[in-house]
Design a protein around this ligand. Structure first.
Ligand code: LLP
Length: 420
């Protein structure tokens, strides 16, 4: 459920009509609903409540939407953070997320990133290779500290999602192969700078079936048993993120968080570990829209081209993953039309939808791309010298710009080169 709905013929985000925001801020602009984010956080927390030993931790995957105001809302809603760079670590901390609620994932952590996160404090590094674990041990020893660590297992399970957002097969760079896990833990246990305490898995994103998740978790469960038999003290199992969100009618319906929680409860019943979760999209995906204006409608051979003022640089997901985003008029007339929706960027990939049946709109009208709260603004860039899209947060009947539009002048401003 989200808080975007038509009232008196105008699409609102909570109590704010979207045309009011467009008028004040201009387009394109991302608009987020606080109530929706908070609701999703509660739903996820509720779905996994009581799973595992101790309190489960829902560590929001910051990469989905790292906006400072968004992180603050989620911190207040009780979420921790899954970060993949020191930039994300700093943002999480700046938003108030406590160190003991932060896990650090990613295959390419540098020495400097490890050193800063370790000194600042965190719950766990999720190590993705033995090479990384050795480096982490050295960094920790240098600081006279011991780094809490879990290995990310690559279970070689196909997530059944788009190839570019699958992470748990042998062809993906992530984690260590399950077959090599025992050797890795054995060596890690001998390294002076490490406290080996956990195990983690994340097999992909926008998953619409529980089966691959269940298969991956079973693999983790087997390893926990085998590792304990070898004397390793595994107290934390981090089950990653990946649960898909509904994109609208005609699109694959993902399992509910409740069904996910029930599956987790069943699979992990005899693990006796604390459980961590790293949802990103589930929390913010349907809490955001990209608000854009129709520049013009150009006749096409098969269907008219609806050219909008947002481009692939503002919302990359259709170009990158052939992603579907529901498109709605802010003031629907009730009439429908079949069109191709494209941006102004000079690439054919700058296509949001082909042959899409949607609200009939004309030049000057406002439309939204739904489900744009996750992996939207954070992936945006300024290709074609287009400004960086602003972000707006709505909370009830008030709203605020939480990232200014970065205009072309500032993007283009270069000091005189300092030749060396
Ligand atoms: N944990 C780890 C280690 C991850 O790599 C990711 C996402 C997550 C958690 C959160 O996954 P989620 O719950 O959001 O599915 N840009 C792509 C998605 C890339 C996901 C990368 N990793 C998209 O727009 O679909």
């Amino acid at each position: 459920m989200d808080h975007f709905e038509h009232r008196a013929g105008v699409l609102h985000c909570e109590d704010v009509p979207l045309d009011r925001i467009a008028q004040a801020v201009g387009t394109p602009a991302y608009v987020y609903s606080t109530a929706t984010m908070v609701r999703h956080a509660r739903v996820m927390q509720g779905a996994v409540a009581g799973c595992g030993t101790g309190d489960p931790l829902v560590a929001y995957a910051v990469k989905a939407n790292p906006n400072a105001a968004v992180l603050k809302v989620l911190c207040e809603a009780g979420l921790g953070a899954d970060v993949v760079s020191i930039g994300e670590y700093r943002r999480a901390r700046a938003a108030g997320i406590a160190p003991e609620r932060i896990v650090f994932s990613g295959v390419g952590k540098t020495e400097a990133e490890m050193a800063e996160a370790l000194a600042g404090g965190l719950l766990q590094f999720n190590a993705e290779s033995m090479e990384e674990a050795r480096m982490l041990s050295a960094v920790a020893s240098e600081q006279g500290r011991v780094a809490p660590v879990g290995f990310r297992i690559n279970p070689d399970v196909s997530a059944g999602t788009h190839a570019k957002i699958t992470t748990g097969t042998a062809d993906n760079k992530f984690g260590i192969a399950a077959a090599g896990a025992m050797t890795a833990y054995a060596e890690a246990a001998t390294l002076p700078g490490l406290k080996v305490q956990g195990i983690t898995v994340h097999i992909g994103s926008q998953l619409v079936s529980l089966d691959p998740l269940q298969a991956a978790f079973r693999r983790v469960g087997e390893l926990i048993g085998a590792l304990r038999a070898q004397g390793h003290d595994i107290g934390i199992a981090d089950l990653g993120g990946g649960l898909g969100v509904p994109h609208g009618p005609g699109q694959p319906e993902p399992p509910s968080p409740e069904a996910y929680g029930a599956m987790v409860r069943q699979v992990t019943a005899d693990w006796h570990t604390r459980l961590l979760f790293e949802p990103g999209r589930l929390i913010v995906g349907n809490a955001g829209v990209l608000l854009t204006r129709v520049v013009r409608v150009k006749p096409g051979v098969r269907a008219p081209w609806l050219i909008v003022d947002a481009g692939m640089n503002d919302l990359m997901r259709p170009a990158l993953y052939d992603a579907y985003h529901r498109i709605e008029a802010v003031r629907p007339s009730g009439k429908r039309a079949t069109v191709n929706v494209v941006g102004p960027v000079c690439e054919s990939g700058d296509t949001f939808a082909m042959d899409r049946e949607m609200d009939d709109v004309a030049a000057g009208d406002l439309i939204v791309f739904r489900t744009a709260g996750a992996y939207g603004a954070t992936l945006a860039n300024s290709y074609n010298s287009r400004p960086l899209t602003p972000e707006v947060l709505v909370d009830g009947d008030r709203w605020a710009v939480v990232r200014q539009r970065i205009d072309v002048d500032s993007l283009a401003a270069v000091a005189e080169p300092e030749w060396r």
